[in-house]
Design a protein around this ligand. Structure first.
Ligand code: ADP
Ligand code: ADP
Length: 224
């Protein structure tokens, strides 16, 4: 079942064409990578998928919701973890998650139920009362992934989620993300590191704003 469809998307910053006729489709329950060097257009694509940027050229459909005509439906179906860390380090994990739940219109018991479920999915429930500042980089990232799952999205976008993390933290995040895909989520992980596509089910290769290839990690090796 197609969960994310990008069709003929073009985006320009002034005269600079960052995305050029980008098309691909990804299914539910898959761990997918968006592989491309710096400047390939990965962040631009994620910004369009989360409506931080808007284009009139092409369409993006998330869980059947067209992002231009039904932005609420599309955004309700997407969870995102941005490259820069966005936790409030002076708040506890729980406070951070409650704050985000409130932004999603969730409060009280409903919020707590979703927060607990999201923390469980990342194996982070016992850290909930700690200050975000007290967590190491890997655990902060897992908190951010948990936060992105509070509204129970269908698609999880991760923009270079392991930058600056040690091997153990990277492996833990990869393992958790695998499990998330196994529960039916479409995980879409942007990276410039060929090493990080090894465990994915499917890869979209982006270079200079164009899709150069799409396939399994094994079939992609050598095209990058
Ligand atoms: P990636 O995330 O793969 O590194 P980006 O989407 O950030 O790629 O960038 C794609 C292209 O668009 C690059 O050539 C970049 O220099 C350019 N670009 C990105 N943001 C801007 C901007 N705000 N203004 C002008 N050009 C930009
Ligand atoms: P903690 O600090 O919570 O003990 P670490 O980050 O040190 O966790 O260790 C790895 C984490 O990744 C553990 O929480 C473990 O449950 C989780 N983990 C490791 N492998 C898998 C896997 N295959 N599936 C799900 N979770 C995993």
């Amino acid at each position: 079942m197609t969960m994310l469809e990008v069709h003929d998307v073009t985006y320009q910053y002034g005269a600079k064409r960052a995305l050029d006729d980008v098309s691909f489709a990804l299914d539910a329950g898959r761990f997918c990578a968006l592989l491309g060097p710096n400047g390939a257009g990965k962040s631009t694509l994620f910004s369009l998928m989360t409506r931080l940027l808007v284009t009139r050229h092409g369409t993006i459909t998330v869980a059947g919701h067209d992002i231009a005509s039904d932005p609420r439906g599309a955004l309700a179906s997407i969870g995102v973890v941005f490259q820069q860390q966005t936790l409030d380090l002076d708040m506890t994990v729980l406070q951070n998650l409650r704050y985000f739940a409130a932004l999603q219109g969730l409060s009280g018991k409903a919020a707590q139920k979703n927060i607990d479920a999201a923390l469980d999915r990342l194996d982070m429930r016992e850290r909930a009362r700690e200050k975000a500042r007290a967590l190491n980089g890997g655990h902060r990232r897992r908190m951010e992934i948990a936060r992105a799952l509070i509204h129970d999205p269908k698609v999880l976008l991760l923009d270079e989620p392991t930058v600056g993390l040690d091997t153990a933290s990277r492996q833990a995040i990869t393992a958790h993300v695998h499990d998330l895909a196994d529960t039916g989520l479409l995980v879409f992980w942007a990276t410039h590191l060929v090493d990080e596509i090894r465990e994915t089910d499917e890869v979209v290769v982006l270079h200079q704003g164009k899709v150069r290839a799409q396939g399994t990690a094994a079939s992609i090796a050598g095209t990058g």
